[in-house]
Design a protein around this ligand. Structure first.
Ligand SMILES: NC(=O)c1ccc[n+]([C@@H]2O[C@H](COP(=O)([O-])OP(=O)(O)OC[C@H]3O[C@@H](n4cnc5c(N)ncnc54)[C@H](OP(=O)(O)O)[C@@H]3O)[C@@H](O)[C@H]2O)c1
Length: 294
């Protein structure tokens, strides 16, 4: 790829990007470009498809082409850990980099998913994770790991981990215990009966699996175990409609939020790393809303 041509093809010039493989579905440009415009920053945010095992090379090329920063999405968040010059301690703890800031040619790696999750919980439910007993469905992938470690770092009183591949949840449980000895950590077999029993002792239920984008995806939690006092956080979102989990939870009278709020807040935190100023949340929110209508 001719990187100078890529960087020079846009007006305003491309100075920020999101990388992944695939990447065409990403709505990050529709969120960040209105933010750049609102702040009068003469730069454009673009999508770039990068194949696996090419992240370090891509980062160097972005730096050489005058880019300011990059967001990293599936499947590159782990590869990016080893492709930066300086790794933020939180990104190291969460085990993934989703934000690169390029300063004077040096590569700084951050994670905005974990803090974005905390902000989303606060915005949607008006409470702090430190006061919540949390159940994570899908505690085996990168998102589940980031949420589990972030909750432990906030010393939440209880953390219950469920995953299709139980061994991954067990390994994660051992890891999160080291971050918060006072958090009671359990691994639950993912059957309706077991999950329902734990749900009665839980405040916040998080879907960190990739299930829910389609209406006919398997049910994550038994609908009759959802309670009006539950807070339900689906990291997944659908462009046209609510996810099945959010639908069931809302029908039970629970409070809900989906992955769009997380997308917004992790994006805002990335923006703050790049420009050292508050992100224009309203412009970003509107950009995302418009992106979903199209
Ligand atoms: N809204 C946002 O800004 C945001 C940010 C981060 C992530 N996310 C979303 O969060 C989801 C997970 O992301 P990730 O990076 O953690 O992905 P990942 O690393 O691929 O992990 C996928 C997780 O889903 C589970 N899973 C997949 N298919 C399943 C099935 N049929 N039944 C039960 N469990 C299943 C996996 O279980 P096994 O371990 O058993 O394979 C694993 O725990 C994605 O949909 C992603 O888009 C959203």
């Amino acid at each position: 790829m001719n990187w100078d041509a890529v960087a020079g093809r846009f007006t305003p010039p491309a100075r920020l990007a999101v990388i992944g493989d695939p990447i065409a579905h990403s709505r990050s440009p529709q969120m960040h470009n209105p933010a750049l415009k609102a702040c009068g920053i003469d730069a454009q945010y673009v999508r770039v498809q990068v194949p696996v095992r090419n992240v370090a090379k891509a980062f160097r090329q972005f730096a050489a082409s005058g880019f300011l920063g990059v967001n990293i999405t599936i499947p590159h968040k782990f590869e990016a850990l080893d492709a930066v010059d300086e790794l933020d301690p939180l990104a190291r703890a969460l085990g993934a980099v989703n934000t690169l800031a390029i300063r004077d040619g040096r590569l700084f790696g951050y994670n905005s998913d974990g803090p974005g999750f905390l902000r989303s919980v606060k915005e949607a439910f008006g409470v702090e994770v430190k006061d919540l007993r949390v159940l994570i469905l899908g505690a085996g992938g990168g998102a589940g790991r980031a949420v589990a470690v972030q909750c432990a770092l906030k010393r939440c009183p209880r953390l219950v981990l469920a995953n299709r591949t139980v061994s991954k949840a067990t390994a994660l449980a051992d890891e999160v215990k080291q971050w918060s000895p006072e958090t009671e950590v359990s691994v639950v077999a993912w059957t309706d009966e077991e999950v329902a029993e734990y749900m009665s002792q839980i405040d916040l239920i998080v879907n960190a699996t990739s299930l829910g984008m389609k209406t006919d995806d398997a049910k994550l939690a038994p609908a009759d175990a959802l309670l009006p006092r539950h807070l339900v956080f689906d990291m997944v979102y659908r462009a046209n409609g609510v996810t099945p989990l959010v639908e069931d939870a809302a029908a039970a009278g629970a409070k809900t939020v989906d992955g769009l709020t997380l997308l917004l807040h992790q994006g805002a935190i990335s923006f703050e790393h790049w420009f050292d100023r508050p992100a224009p949340l309203q412009a970003m929110r509107e950009g995302l809303r418009n992106a979903l209508i199209v």
